[in-house]
Design a protein around this ligand. Structure first.
Ligand code: ADP
Ligand code: ZN
Length: 740
């Protein structure tokens, strides 16, 4: 009989993080199992944790055994064993603590508490003499039922008083109590009516390519179960392929996980799934509160729903009898979590698929180099869709050389061609999208007398002027000041605002075409809550605006049938970022943004403005020459030894005491150099490109290796180092996406 359990405990302090042994009291033995969430004593406090193993009593040293404490409580909540196993593999792989992955799998703070809703008793006739009770009663009379929180929010009466009032009303039989386990508010991201298409599954006839894709994928499901790369041009109807495959998987009694880059930015995919699988779907989005997340989690665990849609962390959803994982827009960087615990949902998905024998589909119109390389090595099955639905043509590109514009005396951010095409589009009552991957108004502020540039006092970066509130903002921290009129250094008044962001585009275009109606979507809008984004999307979708201006936020799977023109205002912005992936990112952005055009019955055109038309990235993108792009890019990566030809481990140290951080970086670097034997390149320590962020100085050590093993070994070493947490932040990122 099991007597001792190994528990991954949830403690903040990194030095005591890990797994500890606890005695299982007799009365809890029936209830406990691998994955159980438990309450245990830790350092004179109580803390939650998860059972990750059982241990043989005899194998534990007797002295230690005598010191062991007992588990206090075993909860009903448990992580499925397959996921515990996945977490173990991941903590090995990323050199992170087991508990931090378990916390992604099961919310640790919320409990199985039932929510109480109060329902009005319409038969109640007595009079009420307390004002508060009257107010609450009237509110419920109108609303029928509500929780304490809802009543408090609506009436402005504090929660405690509402609770007392409701209890009094309950005693008087004026209201009923209803217990509900998982019925908390759900935000819907539906975009309204889809009049253009009918989503009833029986009425959509698959195209020949879609049929073939579904057939190939299902055959693969039954036979070898290789991960599939569904490589379909924009508008080829990949969503419909996912749906048909998932329908089949569901009909065999299995569940599905669909990952999207970001829920609020892919409202249409979510909407389509909700229509096609009504009542079977849980949506895990970032707007959920802890409690709501927990409720959804329980619903999924119990099998009340068997389809889960969410962003990267939904890969950990405890779907019962899981059969398939779909990862849409697999090239998106948002699948990578760039903070502790670092992980890549694509890697987790592959691991999980392998462990649980699942079908895995990666879908994209612009697959990542990593996935293309896996196809070449025979590890992924490639399924292609080359045509758009109904043979709609892909939009035609036109490159505009901005150097020529300058020569001809046009100093504006808009070429004459772009203005002309915009005018035509508006005249035809069609829509256009203007894309610029930089938000704000002016991207730097300079004094033309003394050369002063406005910089963030906390970060190594220029401040950006925002027209909306006439302020200078830092895009790395919350720093914000009023816009400058005089130079703080020389007191002169030759302060100039330079560089172009989305806000300026919006203003300028109105100068050229006064009748234009614009709507702008970028991180400034998105961060102000999901609802704002929804409204903006709707404004464009319904035709109240004819031009949508945005950053990469709008490059994702949006589908606006009336868009016939796309203007990429300056393709060079992403191209010039000093990162080995900048070519790939630019190629993807151009192709994805272009993919928003010509999705309806009207054709489409894309104008790219650039100072660098000879770049192979732009050339390949405008001719839809993906093969050539992949070939060229893979060649470069091989030559300079970058992924997918090697693996990277990026170690970052940061802190306010520059010297301290620098010294420690050198020490760690030396340590790594002395103990890593296999062929590994160790670069650094180097001051990070963004050397100072939020008053912290940052140093990087970059390790490059053909094989994973030495990097995993290095992470083990790093985990052993105990640093002074007060003086330095110390982290490492395997397969990083952010090297800046
Ligand atoms: P992708 O994700 O490949 O860019 P979508 O899945 O968004 O493409 O599909 C593009 C559009 O075509 C959507 O509006 C979708 O409803 C529509 N569509 C997909 N399949 C069909 C079909 N077989 N017949 C008609 N319309 C379709
Ligand atoms: Zn800052």
């Amino acid at each position: 009989m099991k007597k001792i359990a190994k528990i991954a405990v949830d403690v903040k302090h990194p030095r005591v993080k890990g797994e500890y042994s606890y005695i299982i009291p007799e009365e809890l033995k029936e209830k406990i199992r691998i994955g159980s969430r438990v309450l245990v004593p830790f350092n004179n406090k109580k803390t939650r944790g998860f059972v990750v193993d059982f241990e043989e009593e005899e194998l534990i040293d007797e002295k230690l055994r005598n010191k062991l404490k007992s588990i206090i409580e075993v909860e009903e909540v448990a992580i499925p064993e397959a996921l515990i196993d996945l977490a173990k593999s991941l903590s090995e792989y990323y050199g992170a603590y087991l508990i931090d992955f378990l916390k992604l799998m099961c919310p640790v703070k919320s409990g199985l508490k039932k929510t109480i809703t109060y329902k009005i008793n319409r038969q109640f006739t007595d009079s009420l003499n307390s004002d508060i009770q009257k107010k609450i009663y009237l509110f419920l009379l109108d609303k029928e039922r509500a929780s304490v929180e809802e009543v408090s929010r609506a009436t402005g009466i504090e929660k405690e008083k509402v609770r007392n009032g409701l209890n009094a009303l309950y005693k008087k039989n004026a209201v009923f109590k209803e217990y509900d386990a998982a019925n908390r508010a759900k935000i819907k991201y539906s975009l309204g009516n889809y009049n253009d298409y009918n989503f009833d599954s029986h009425e959509i006839n698959l195209s020949v390519e879609q049929k073939d894709a579904v057939k190939t994928i299902l055959k693969n499901f039954d036979e070898q179960k290789k991960p599939v790369l569904l490589f379909g041009v924009t508008g080829s109807g990949k969503t419909e392929v996912y749906i048909r495959v998932i329908e089949e998987v569901i009909s065999r009694g299995k569940g599905a996980i669909i990952l999207v880059p970001e829920i609020s930015l892919t409202p249409q995919v979510v909407d389509i799934f909700e229509r096609r699988f009504p009542g079977k779907i849980a949506i895990l989005h970032s707007a959920l509160t802890d409690g709501e997340r927990f409720d959804e989690w329980v619903r999924i665990l119990k099998g009340e729903v068997n389809i889960v849609i969410g962003a990267r962390s939904a890969i950990f959803a405890p779907v019962k009898n899981l059969g398939i994982i779909v990862l849409d827009e697999e090239h998106e960087t948002s699948y990578k979590q760039s903070e502790y615990p670092f992980y890549d949902a694509r890697i987790v998905a592959r691991l999980r698929a392998k462990k649980e024998d699942l079908l895995l589909i990666f879908g994209s119109a612009t697959p990542s180099l990593e996935s293309i390389y896996e196809v070449q090595r025979g590890n992924f099955l490639l399924v292609k869709m080359r045509k758009r639905i109904n043979n709609r043509p892909l939009p035609a590109f036109e490159i505009i050389d901005m150097r020529e514009e300058l020569k001809k005396g046009n100093k504006s951010i808009f070429s004459r061609r772009l203005i002309e095409e915009l005018e035509n589009t508006v005249a035809r009552k069609e829509q256009a999208i203007l894309f610029l991957n930089r938000r704000g108004y002016s991207t730097f502020v300079l004094c033309r007398d003394c050369g002063y540039v406005a910089k963030c006092p906390h970060c190594d970066i220029s401040l950006v002027y925002h027209l909306e509130d006439k302020s200078l903002k830092c895009h790395y921290c919350d720093f914000k000041v009023k816009a400058l009129e005089t130079c703080p250094k020389c007191k002169g008044n030759k302060i100039g605002y330079y560089g172009t962001g989305t806000e300026k585009i919006e203003e300028e275009i109105k100068r050229f075409i006064p009748e234009i109606k614009t709507v702008r979507i970028d991180a400034d809008v998105v961060s102000k809550k999901g609802m704002m984004l929804k409204e903006k999307l709707l404004e464009f979708k319904t035709g109240r605006a004819n031009v949508l201006i945005g950053t990469q936020t709008i490059a994702k799977g949006l589908d606006f049938p009336k868009v016939s023109l796309i203007g990429i205002v300056l393709a060079d912005i992403t191209l010039n970022i000093p990162d080995f992936r900048s070519g790939e990112r630019t190629f993807q952005l151009i192709t994805q943004v272009a993919g928003r055009a010509g999705r309806g019955l009207t054709g489409g055109k894309v104008l790219i403005q650039t100072y660098c038309p000879e770049s192979y990235v732009i050339k390949a993108a405008v001719s839809y020459d993906l093969n050539n792009f992949f070939k060229q890019e893979l060649k470069n990566r091989k030559e300079y030894n970058y992924p997918p030809f090697c693996h990277l481990l990026n170690i970052t140290l940061s802190g306010t005491d520059k010297e301290y951080v620098e010294n420690l970086s050198w020490k760690i670097c030396e340590m790594l150099k002395s103990c890593i034997e296999e062929e590994v390149e160790i670069l650094g320590p180097i001051p990070a490109l963004r050397f100072k962020i939020k008053d912290n100085f940052r140093y990087n050590i970059l390790m490059k290796s053909k094989k994973y093993t030495p990097l995993i070994q290095a992470q083990k070493q790093l985990k052993e180092i105990s640093v002074n947490e007060d003086k330095v932040n110390f982290s490492w990122d395997l397969d990083p996406y952010e090297l800046l």
